[in-house]
Design a protein around this ligand. Structure first.
Ligand code: BDR
Ligand code: CA
Length: 307
């Protein structure tokens, strides 16, 4: 079993990612850290607690991390995730509040279990960047990091979703992303190149299949996903795919790349430029360029249907 921390900004697809992680015997979820992104930190932190308590896993601690990007104002995405960030599905408020000091929790947990903790980050990378800079030595002690982030122009789907070049999580905090990409940590990137592959999306048929499943996890997944299905006719399952890459890397085709994050204040803000390493050079990330969508969906559905 792999010790894991989920670093998230729930977020409809973050909720699906958290439920998938909770249902996966391969992972021991030692805690959840939250970050401002899809909505403000207060809401992402409450949402993480709402999800855990809804599915009877309130014993897993939630620690609130950064409330804003390192160097820029926060711009959120409630138009996509509902005013509460969880699809306005009236998920009950939690009994227990989130705890403070998410960045310290990240650093201390990694130090407590050197090279044993995998971090799966599905929001802006602010918490990881702060943990790496405020607590020197942290990056060296992390086993690996899986991120949902980036648009690498490596497949026909790998273009941006905020600007033509930039994906939301990287665009929101490019300074943080740059720190993580340059940290030397073993990094796997699940970006829009794979998450927006049409064959991987949740369409109405897949939603109906999920909606028909029994149990609290599937019920919660259906409740939160309904918001996007009703408005857009589909759900892009970005964040669960990052969890799937940690669980079953064999479902993905990955290439080692040298990735540079652009931090300019122009149309290139948050772009992730991926170049093949030259002879004798190493990359700084494995970038997913293909996914077995059918197997990914079988995995998600089978895990969501667990009690
Ligand atoms: C990412 O942006 C957020 O809105 C989603 O939760 C996902 O992490 C996709 O670009
Ligand atoms: Ca997210």
């Amino acid at each position: 079993m792999q010790k894991a921390i989920l670093d998230i900004d729930p977020g409809i697809d973050d909720a699906l990612a958290l439920i998938l992680a909770l249902s996966s015997p391969e992972l021991e979820l030692v805690g959840v850290t939250t970050v401002a992104g899809n909505t403000v930190l207060e809401k992402t932190s409450l949402n993480a607690r709402r999800i855990l308590e809804y599915v009877g896993r309130g014993g897993i601690p939630v620690y609130a991390g950064a409330s804003k990007p390192l160097a820029r104002p926060l711009s959120t995405a409630e138009h996509f995730h509902g005013s509460d960030g969880l699809g306005d599905a009236e998920i009950p408020m939690p009994q227990e509040p989130p705890r403070p000091e998410g960045i310290r929790f990240l650093a201390e947990t990694v130090k407590k279990y050197p090279r044993e903790v995998t971090v799966i980050a599905t929001g802006p990378l602010t918490n990881l960047a702060l943990a790496f800079t405020l607590y020197p030595g942290t990056a060296e002690l992390v086993k690996s990091v899986f991120i949902m982030g980036g648009a690498y122009l490596l497949t026909p789907h790998g273009h941006g979703n905020v600007t033509p070049l930039s994906e939301f999580n990287i665009y929101t905090d490019p300074e943080a992303a740059e720190i993580v990409f340059n940290s030397g940590v073993p990094l796997t990137c699940v970006g829009l190149d794979v998450t927006t592959n049409p064959s991987a999306k949740m369409d109405r048929k897949r939603y109906a299949e999920m909606n028909a499943l029994k149990g609290r996890k599937a019920e919660l997944a259906s409740k939160v996903a309904r918001y996007q299905i009703e408005r857009f006719g589909e759900v892009e399952v970005h964040d669960p795919m990052a969890v799937a890459a940690a669980l079953k890397p064999e479902l993905f085709n990955m290439v080692e790349m040298k990735v540079q994050v652009l931090r300019n204040n122009d149309a290139s803000r948050g772009a992730t430029v991926a170049v093949k390493p030259g002879e004798g050079e190493r990359g700084n990330a494995k970038v997913c360029v293909d996914v077995d969508s059918g197997e990914f969906w079988r995995l998600l559905i089978s895990r969501l249907s667990q009690p």
